[in-house]
Write a protein that binds this ligand. Structure first.
Ligand code: PBG
Length: 328
């Protein structure tokens, strides 16, 4: 039997392959995370994330400039706060004179056209290392007491100039709560990108090293989702839509490509995926050992996340991938 249907005809040379290519990456797809630390003229590499640095506020400006030159225009800053400033109620998180919000305001001043997505969760500022308030007797994470704090955090971020608020805490009702706080303070124009389906994942390890934000006791399973669950992501999606989210996010990305697709098929909102620290570290480690081609693996992974349904990708690879795309 000689085949009549020959899919290989559409792969026979590079021009035809390019012609029929279904998914393409561009630098516009990327959101670049930035780690901030106190001090001046600091640029410290995160041990478990080769090529990723914690920057002092003065130096982060150079990093933003370098990324902008590569066509990246959206950034997600995260703060690494000294233990002395942490407390059970994450009070430092609403401090407009603190490291984080000063840096946010400064980046916006120097680069008025970049879009900043700020992170709303208590963990970088919490002496307990949890995203919400901890009942000191029982260890329970208190949902409604956390909302109050998260709302104030979001409001301070809007005041500092954030374009998008990114609640990554997974408390119930926080999108509606934050929307209400923003709207009643004349921040109707500030968007909310909800971490809709954020799983209790082992892939966050290097991030917690970078920010020194690991939980002091217990785990995050009473608020982050069970990796076994798919339908639950759709329930979170329905609630986030109802509560007024402008964009939704799936996190992590690679072990959750099915969730990205599922969510994409059930919403008209833009879908973002967070290609998290452990996913970055795995590829870097294998590449450093010569076990995989780091550059090709990176591009394949990012393309796959987009193919799965992500409109945008929060990734530590942003700069490196933008360089590859620029080279063509
Ligand atoms: C916490 C937060 C985490 C990440 C982003 N925001 C870690 C966690 O939930 O413990 C992880 C991102 C990454 O691993 O790259 N609010």
């Amino acid at each position: 039997m000689i085949p009549t249907n020959r899919p290989r005809r559409n792969r026979k040379n590079q021009v035809i392959r390019d012609l029929v290519q279904e998914t393409r990456l561009t630098a516009h797809d990327f959101i670049y995370p930035l780690f901030l630390i106190e001090g001046q003229n600091q640029r410290l590499e995160v041990k478990s994330m080769p090529g990723i640095y914690r920057h002092s506020a003065d130096r982060v400006i150079d990093e933003v400039g370098a990324a902008v030159a590569l066509g990246i225009h959206t950034f997600a800053p995260f703060p690494s706060i000294s233990d002395a400033l942490k407390d059970p109620l994450a009070r430092e998180s609403a401090n407009l004179d603190g490291l984080y919000l000063r840096a946010v305001a400064d980046i916006k001043r120097q680069f008025p056209d970049v879009v900043l997505m700020t992170d709303v969760a208590m963990d970088p500022y919490s002496s307990d290392g949890h995203d919400g308030v901890v009942n000191q007797e029982t260890g329970e994470i208190l949902n409604d007491a956390s909302l109050e704090i998260l709302g104030q955090m979001a409001l301070a971020q809007a005041r500092a100039g954030a374009d998008i608020i990114g609640p990554s805490d997974m408390m119930d009702g926080r999108v509606a709560w934050i929307r209400d706080v923003l709207d009643s303070n004349a921040f109707q124009h500030v968007s909310i990108m909800s971490y809709t389906a954020k799983y209790a994942s082992a892939f966050y390890g290097p991030f917690r090293d970078a920010l020194d934000s690991a939980p002091k006791k217990g785990d995050k399973k009473s608020y982050q989702m069970n990796p076994a669950n798919r339908r639950e992501a759709l329930r979170e999606l329905a609630l986030d839509e109802l509560e007024g989210a402008d964009m939704v996010m799936i996190k992590p990305a690679l072990s959750y490509l099915d969730i990205i697709r599922e969510v994409k098929d059930h919403t008209t909102l833009p879908v973002t995926a967070y290609n998290v620290s452990g996913e970055y570290a795995m590829i870097k480690a294998a590449a450093q050992n010569g076990w995989v081609d780091g550059e090709k693996t990176m591009m394949e992974v990012l393309l796959s996340i987009k193919r799965a349904g992500a409109d945008a990708i929060l990734t530590y690879f942003a700069k490196e991938a933008a360089e590859v795309l620029r080279r063509g």
